[in-house]
Design a protein around this ligand. Structure first.
Ligand code: NAD
Ligand code: ZN
Length: 428
């Protein structure tokens, strides 16, 4: 763990380094553009080759698709305990999504023209569900459920398989419950390219959703334009901002829950209370010893965890905004002062009793959230991202007459006399 104090001589530089930008390394960009190029040119053959190279699985064009029977059968393999939990989580996520659906509306403008917005679900979307280091059963619920709630008829899912070519049955059960209509057991940049450009087996989608590792996220970024995308949800992270009212054991538990994701995940703790900082550091060490995923925890604790003593909670909030964390936990007796200052967090967890893990699995908002600083430009996944909006305009004689002089002056200055005439001809 890195410990940083505002009294350190290097404080300014360390604080400035927390101001992140979401960009993939040159190496990742290069690998991904190579994969996309191959998949565009050679379709299935390239997808299958990359699956063998990166996932160690030998698939064929037929075996890369999971049949509806296999999907339905997963329900019996998943076990009653997991099924109950999937159903509970799905209920919360579906009901949250229904509340944030956009509705059609229609009104009149100042000239009396009818104006409004109409929303339709996308016809065909792609959801990526990560599976490289763990089967992200929860991500199936947290993306596909929103597509279903928006009424998308064709929901394609790609998720990587293990070396033996299988996908965790619990993950398949979650996909079935959430409403996936096609599932392919491919992952990484090759899966994103297949959904964006299509192959002999996978018809292209209009928009791609869902989190993944740096290869997946970079592939979505490079496919943007051919398809639209939701956001850039990469390796998971948490930041905790607390004053003296923070519970050191709870805070340490959340840091460790984050660190066990392993690899590129990050956890930070910012406080204005020096005694709390020391207690949290001691608690992290104490609790870590009892956990099972030491291989994932140790490297993250070494490189990806920092504890920071800030001169004030306001300065802490400024650092939070610069960092733009995926998850922020805010614990303070001055919540009404500090909460309004936070502008870039993907999701905010309030108070000592709100573990991030409940947001990961159950609470209701999608856990698919911007990471790596992308929170400055992107919000987390919402159901309306599965709705395509269009606008409606209708005029009549009265409103066209009232609009005409205004159009004429724009047309004159822009030198577009046919525009002016197309309105005048109706107003006369
Ligand atoms: N931000 C969010 O909302 C959110 C939610 C859930 C998960 N996540 C993150 O998603 C990530 C999932 O990552 P993962 O790796 O477990 O699964 P993944 O499915 O995203 O990635 C696995 C794929 O990456 C490809 N790959 C691996 N190494 C490669 C290489 N060297 N070159 C090219 N391709 C390669 C492989 O094709 C493999 O199928 C985690 O970092 C997790 O934190 C984020
Ligand atoms: Zn998590």
């Amino acid at each position: 763990m890195k410990i940083i104090r505002h009294t350190d001589p290097t404080w300014q530089e360390t604080a400035a380094a927390l101001n992140r930008r979401a960009e993939a390394s040159d190496a990742v960009q290069e690998v991904v553009s190579g994969v996309i190029k191959e998949v565009r040119a050679r379709g299935n053959a390239a997808v299958l080759e990359f699956t063998e190279r990166f996932d160690g699985a030998q698939l064929t064009a037929e075996s890369m698709a999971i049949s509806q029977d296999e999907l339905a059968g997963s329900w019996n393999l998943a076990g009653p305990d997991l099924l109950q939990s999937l159903i509970a989580s799905h209920r919360n996520v579906f009901s949250f999504a229904q509340k944030s659906l956009r509705q059609n509306w229609s009104g009149t403008n100042e000239q009396g023209a009818q104006v409004g917005e109409v929303y339709h679900p996308f016809e065909r979307v792609g959801c990526y569900v990560p599976g490289g280091s763990a089967p992200l059963v929860s991500t199936a619920i947290m993306t596909v459920t929103l597509a279903s709630a928006a009424g998308v008829p064709e929901i394609v899912v790609c998720t990587p398989c293990g070396k033996d070519g299988t996908v965790n049955p619990g993950l398949l059960a979650a996909l079935k419950l959430a409403g996936a209509t096609e599932v392919y057991k491919i992952g990484g940049a090759q899966a994103i390219a297949a959904m964006a450009y299509g192959t002999e087996t996978i018809r292209p989608v209009a928009k791609i959703f869902g989190p993944g590792n740096s290869f997946v996220v970079e592939a979505k970024r490079q496919a943007f334009g051919v398809v639209s995308i939701d956001l850039l949800p990469g390796p998971s992270e948490v930041l905790i901002l607390a004053d003296r009212t923070g519970n050191a054991s709870f805070i340490a538990a959340d840091i460790l829950a984050q660190a066990e994701h392993g690899k590129d995940s990050q956890a930070g703790f910012i406080t204005d209370d020096a005694a709390l900082l020391d207690k949290v550091a001691a608690e992290v060490d104490r609790q870590c010893a009892k956990l099972s995923r030491q291989a994932q925890l140790r490297p993250v604790l070494e490189k990806g965890v920092f504890l920071l003593l800030a001169p004030s909670l306001e300065e802490g909030a400024r650092l939070v905004n610069a960092y733009a964390p995926e998850h922020l936990t805010l614990i303070t007796e001055r919540e009404s002062d500090i909460l309004p200052l936070i502008r870039t967090a993907g999701a905010i967890f309030l108070g000592n009793d709100s573990p991030v893990a409940v947001g990961d699995f159950l609470a209701g908002p999608s856990h698919t959230l911007p990471t790596g600083g992308a929170g400055k430009s992107f919000p987390g996944l919402t159901v309306d991202m599965f709705q395509r909006r269009t606008s409606i305009i209708r005029l009549d004689k009265a409103s066209v007459t009232l609009s005409e002089p205004i159009v004429r002056s724009f047309a004159t200055v822009e030198g577009l006399d046919a525009h002016g005439e197309s309105v005048a001809i109706r107003a006369r």
